[in-house]
Design a binder for this molecule. Structure first.
Ligand code: R5P
Length: 263
């Protein structure tokens, strides 16, 4: 691995503890003005001090984040379908050229794959072609494994999708937490981060983050469970404490409640 690739990876995953808190606010690329992200600048600004990386789209970066903002960017470079397209949801292709990703000075890019769908080949080749370009310039690729209809989010499916992503060249894999998550982590040779998924009670989201880390995950790439919380800053701080400060779920929830009560 060359110096540039290692340098960028070190901006995504902290070398000190091998962990990361990624804040995901890329939802608009297929969900439009998602609750909590109506104005991304307003939402994100107070959260950044507890995030290692910000994951978002090209349009969000240009329009909501000022260029002097000191946060490593993971840019979503796949897209092409909306939440209204039930048959082809996440049947994605490349939506940002590598040249523009470089121009935006990103630390990494994210590409979604859909293993097990009739169009899996399109998304896998799309990601692989992008990885080939990124290898030329030393840019890490985070593979986002999404769940195909009827495939479930179990360890069998998620380990298959995660391992495939790594074997195809992804440098980091983002997947969902599930029972027996150790199996997903143990059979994937690159760092794994978990998505938060739909909003759940803060206590449950913190427990999930903790369990994922205990199973060997390198961190979280969390969105709705942070920016749709009753106290996004408190939740971001609590998630950071679980990931980087070894807080257990109770300690982290207490931290959240303490912050929330002062709001
Ligand atoms: C989905 O493909 C997007 O990349 C989201 O950023 C991702 O699912 C993480 O957000 P959340 O924690 O809200 O699921």
């Amino acid at each position: 691995m060359d110096w540039g690739m290692k340098n960028r990876l070190s901006k995504i995953i902290r070398p000190k503890d091998g962990r990361t808190v990624m804040l995901a606010v890329d939802h608009g690329y297929f969900m439009g003005p998602t609750t909590g992200l109506e104005n991304i600048e307003k939402t994100v600004k107070p959260l950044l001090r507890y995030a290692d990386t910000l994951m978002l789209t090209r349009g969000a970066l240009r329009n909501y984040i000022t260029p002097d903002t000191n946060i490593p960017i993971v840019l979503r470079v796949s897209g092409g379908t909306s939440i209204l397209n039930k048959d082809h949801l996440l049947h994605e292709g490349t939506v940002v050229d590598i040249d523009d990703a470089i121009r935006l000075n990103v630390s990494g890019v994210a590409f979604s794959i859909l293993v097990g769908q009739s169009f899996e080949r399109d998304t896998l080749l799309g990601m692989t072609e992008y990885i080939n370009k990124c290898e030329r310039y030393g840019i890490p690729v985070l593979a986002v494994t999404a769940v195909g209809r009827g495939l479930g989010k179990d360890a069998k499916y998620l380990s298959l999708a995660s391992r495939m992503a790594a074997e195809l060249g992804a440098h980091i894999v983002k997947t969902y937490y599930c029972d027996n998550f150790e199996h997903v982590v143990d059979t994937c040779p690159v760092p794994i981060v978990i998505a938060g998924g739909k909003k759940q009670p803060e206590q449950d989201a913190l427990q999930m983050a903790y369990d994922a880390l205990q199973a060997g995950a390198s961190g979280v790439d969390m969105g709705r469970n942070i920016f749709q919380s009753t106290d996004p800053v408190g939740m971001m701080r609590a998630v950071n404490a679980v990931v980087h400060k070894k807080y257990d779920p109770k300690e982290a929830y207490d931290l959240f409640k303490e912050h929330e009560s002062k709001k």
